[in-house]
Structure formats: structure tokens, C-alpha cells
Design a protein around this ligand. Sequence first.
Ligand code: 1CP
Length: 354
Amino acid sequence: MAGLQNDRLLRALLREPVDRTPVWIMRQAGRYLPEYREIRARAGSFMDLCRNPDLACEVTMQPLRRFDLDAAILFSDILTVPDAMGLGLYFEAGEGPRFAHPLRDAAAINALPIPDVADELRYVTDAVTGIRQALAGSVPLIGFAGSPWTLATYMVEGGSSKDFRHIKALAYDQPTLLETLLDKTARSVTDYLNAQVEAGAQALMIFDTWGGALAHDAYQRFSLAFARQVIDGLVRERDGRRIPVVFFTKGGAVWLESIADCGADALGVDWTISLTEARRRVGDRVALQGNLDPCTLYAQPDVIRGEVQRVLAEYGPGSGHVFNLGHGIHPQIPPEHVAAMVEAVHELSPDRHA
Ligand code: 1CP
């Protein structure tokens, strides 16, 4: 794209040569940054922050001012889509997301609308437009959504869950009804991601945070199949440049071979597998993104550096690796430890691309 000064992320996701391994951090804007907590307090609720394109832009930019990162990620949430489908998202102080109208029966699922993204999620695409202006071509902007399965867990459970009892009962008792829900969610997510691309997102990530909660055959049927439906419906090129797609199933390392066939350009990988083994198993089908254990960042900077070196060595030489954590950064991590991680990637990775 004309004017993109740093395209390392896009190149690595497409396994094209780079001078060093690009790095960004899942949940890089958020509560571990004091400047985020300050704006968050001013905004009122978390959703007020998401719905204000200027503030969403400001918090997207905050981590980039502190750290030399190779990408920005839209500040928003995966749950904006079910909210736009009418489920009534709210956040209970200290308790995470909740839905006022969880889906518990066929009538509710059959009545569920596909939202008009241009109208109901306009606040997100407005944020994307504003962020692209603020970035001014410095680094690419990643747009994102939840996978249909992960969104459905929140929609059926009514919020976060430890045992997924309602959605798993639905999966075993009425699998075709669950498929109806997943199909509607997949169509909504596809429209939503394409609208983000239209507004200026230059790469896309699909978060399947709860795919790893499924049994092996159920993962294929309820998570992977609908992720593939989304990916098949995405606009993959804009302004003559490919829009790379990253698909991340937390806990999905056991299924890497089949996940590599989902149509994504790259797979997110958590810390349960070595990138040596992950790379061997996916071959040259996809790039890999990950996979430092987020808890590494509780350790001292010299230890963090050693662990960065280990992850880079495990991936080995050549392009096709985007350095990241294996899941989101925790709110208690000291920002200086993040700086140590980013510096280590800058200093240690050029050797891998000689
Ligand atoms: O009080 C606050 O400030 C709210 C905390 C918070 C933040 C900072 C929530 C509520 N969402 C977000 C932003 C967010 N969420 C981003 C953009 C920020 C960035 O990455 O820089 C992104 C990409 C997400 C994605 C997201 N939301 C996921 C998938 C990624 C993952 O970490 O697995 C999930 C599962 C959610 C749901 C959600 N929203 C918020 C919370 C606390 C949660 C998790 C709830 C749970 O554990 O079930």
C-alpha cells in the first residue's frame, strides 16, 4: 500500500522476507497501561469507551507511543456483534461481560437478526477510519472479531463461563439448532469484518478463545467449520494488497493440522506447544503468530529476554513468524517488562533473517 512505512507484519503473515521478526501484543491497549485506566475512568463504562471513536482511537494509539510495535489493533471488543444482534451487552463492575437477553431456546435463536453493520456497528468502522488517519501509514491496523463458536458461548451462557454447561447441553441435545445460531453469527461476523476492511483495516484476526473447550469432533463441527465459513466470505484484497487473516484457537495445538486448512494465512498459537513442532506440523501452509507464555512478563527483564530468545530459536530461521504472546497480556504486568520483551525481539531476531 502506498505510504505504509512498516509492512513487516503484513509480509511475515504472508511468509515474505523481512529484516526482523515483527512484534505486537494481544490486548496491547488495556488495563496494564496507566494511561488507559485514566481514559477509561473518564469515559464512564467500557462500552462508552468503545462507542466513542475518538477515545477508541486514543487508546489504540497509547501502546504505540510507549513501545516500538509493528501493528496497531482496533480498540473494541468481540462482544459488539452479539450486542448489535440485540442481546443487550453490559459490564458488571469486576465481573466481566454479561448479556441481558441470553439465548436459551429455539424461539430466541430463530428470531435472532443479522445486524445491519453499516448502521448498528458504525461506531466501530468510524473508529477504524479515525485510527488509520492517526497512524498516518506508520504501521498496519489489525481489525478483529470473535469466532462464531466463541461468540455463541457468551450468547448462550449469558456471559463468561467456566463449564459452558448451557451451550454444551445445546450442542449435545439440539446440534442443528446450535448450527442455526452459529450460521447467523458467522454471517454477522463476515459482514462485520468486511466492513472493517472497507473502513481501512489492513489485516484481520479471528479470536476463537473458547474453541479449546470442545471435544475433538465437536471442535471440527461447531468451531472450525464456522470459522471457515467466515474466512471464505472475507474480502481478501484491497488497494492491490492482500488482507492477511490470522485465526487463533486457544487450546487448539492438538488440532493444528486441520486448523491449517481453514483458509487463514496465519495461525495464532498459544504457549502449550513449541513453535518447532507447530511449524513442522503446518509446513508451509500458514504463518505462525505467538507464543510466549503471558506469565513470562511477571519475571525480571533478563529472564524475559532469555524466553524471547527461546521462542525465536524454536521458530527457527526465515520469515512466517509474528512474535506475540500466547494469549492476552494480564492487567498486572509492569509496562517496563513489556518494553524488555519488545527490545529483545528487536535485538535478537535480525539474526534469524540473515
Ligand atoms: O474494564 C475494562 O477496561 C474492560 C476490559 C476489556 C478490554 C480492554 C474488555 C472487556 N475488552 C477489552 C478490549 C479488547 N477485547 C480488545 C482490544 C484491545 C487490544 O487488544 O489492544 C480485544 C482484541 C478484545 C478481544 C476479546 N474480548 C476477546 C478475545 C481475545 C482474548 O483475550 O481471548 C474476548 C474473549 C473478549 C471478551 C471480553 N471482553 C472484556 C473482557 C474482560 C472479556 C473476557 C471475558 C472472559 O474472560 O470471559
